[in-house]
Design a protein around this ligand. Structure first.
Ligand SMILES: O=C(O)CCC(=O)C(=O)O
Ligand SMILES: [Fe+2]
Length: 340
């Protein structure tokens, strides 16, 4: 079965317009199919999002299964009383641990509280790359599952980064070398839970943002994720990204914008109440964020250093001032900016 967790949820309404993002096949990317890689580059220069079809490789199928098991685990994890979850709250400037719903992002002009709680579980902590912080017993009891998901998600993301590099006439490891699994980094698995819309009619799921790492691999089962339309007539309107069983949703983060000096894009996205009847039930997502390892210097690759400004697209290119940061410093700065 491709997706057992979609069997018991109301369908995404057919009459709701959705973003026309493309689908890339993991199997074809693994096979070195240049047409597929060219489409991935195109997706990263336009919408900044694409579906990744995971149905036709064992690695992809295993990843889907892990994500579904993590969704089951999320239900138990978020079902705990708030005070128990708050015992694992993240510390300022460090995203690992628990974030409660009701956060206001400091850079959000609307200053609306979000309605999403999440747990960020570090790759370094699950794989012994760095000393771990504390996590709930349910997380520790499922360490093997987190290890499996993180390893596979990282591998899939590296395959995409290699395809992008090759297609851009760079050595295949150009981006991979900045995201080494065994090096200390901000890589993590995020489990999110959005309370049903009916509980808080005004809340936003997650305010508009770009991800700040290299590449994000996302599973969700209910609608609610939106990206801004690229259709000139719809100028900036938000469109839903409909979940597709057996597919992950991939987007690039601001680090890739920095490495390519804006040639590749990190698209703004947000989470709002899911459309139709889907708004009435809890929404979960399982995410893996690949971030450049801490020692990486956040500057464009040689090839992109002198890129003309008009080639630049959405996303933040540089931190305040001209200081070149390491990825470790950059992540701390961006995390503080989130008000977290
Ligand atoms: O839950 C989703 O669909 C998106 C989550 C997201 O954008 C994030 O956690 O950065
Ligand atoms: Fe995001």
């Amino acid at each position: 079965m491709i997706s057992r967790t979609t069997d018991d949820i109301p369908p995404f309404p057919e009459d709701v317009p959705t973003a026309p993002i493309g689908t890339i096949s993991l199997a074809k990317i693994v096979d070195g199919d240049r047409t597929e890689s060219a489409q991935a580059v195109e997706a990263c220069r336009t919408h900044g999002f694409f579906y990744l079809d995971l149905t036709t490789t064992p690695l992809g199928q295993d990843l889907v299964n892990d994500a579904e098991e993590l969704q089951d685990l999320s239900k138990q994890l978020f079902d705990q009383p708030l005070k128990d979850k708050m015992a694992y709250q993240h510390t300022p400037g460090n995203l690992f641990g628990y974030k409660e719903a009701g956060t206001v992002k400091q850079t959000d002009v609307t200053l609306r509280p979000d309605s999403t709680e999440f747990f960020n579980i570090a790759k370094d902590h699950m794989h012994g790359v760095a000393e771990s912080r504390t996590y709930p017993q349910e997380v520790l009891d499922n360490k093997v599952l987190f290890q499996s998901f993180q390893k596979k998600a990282h591998e899939v993301c590296m395959t995409i980064l290699a395809a992008l590099a090759t297609q851009l006439d760079l050595p295949p490891k150009s981006f991979m070398d900045k995201n080494i699994f065994t090096e200390p980094s901000g890589d993590h698995c995020r489990l999110t839970h959005k309370i049903p819309h009916v509980t808080d009619k005004n809340a936003i799921g997650l305010p508009s943002h770009t991800d700040f790492g290299s590449i994000t691999l996302l599973f969700n089962w209910l609608g609610g994720l939106q990206i801004q339309s690229r259709d000139l007539e719809k100028a900036g309107e938000w469109e839903f990204v409909k979940p597709v069983p057996g597919h992950a949703i991939i987007n690039l983060g601001d680090a890739m914008v920095t490495f390519t000096n804006g040639y590749l894009k990190s698209a703004k996205h947000r989470v709002v109440p899911a459309p139709g009847e889907q708004a009435e039930i809890s929404r979960y997502s399982v995410v893996y964020f690949v971030r450049p390892h801490n020692a990486v210097v956040m500057e464009p690759l040689e090839k992109f250093r002198d890129l003309a400004p008009e080639m630049k697209v959405a996303g933040k290119f540089k931190p305040e001032g001209d200081k070149v940061l390491t990825a470790g410093e950059w992540m701390t700065q961006r995390t503080k900016q989130m008000g977290q």
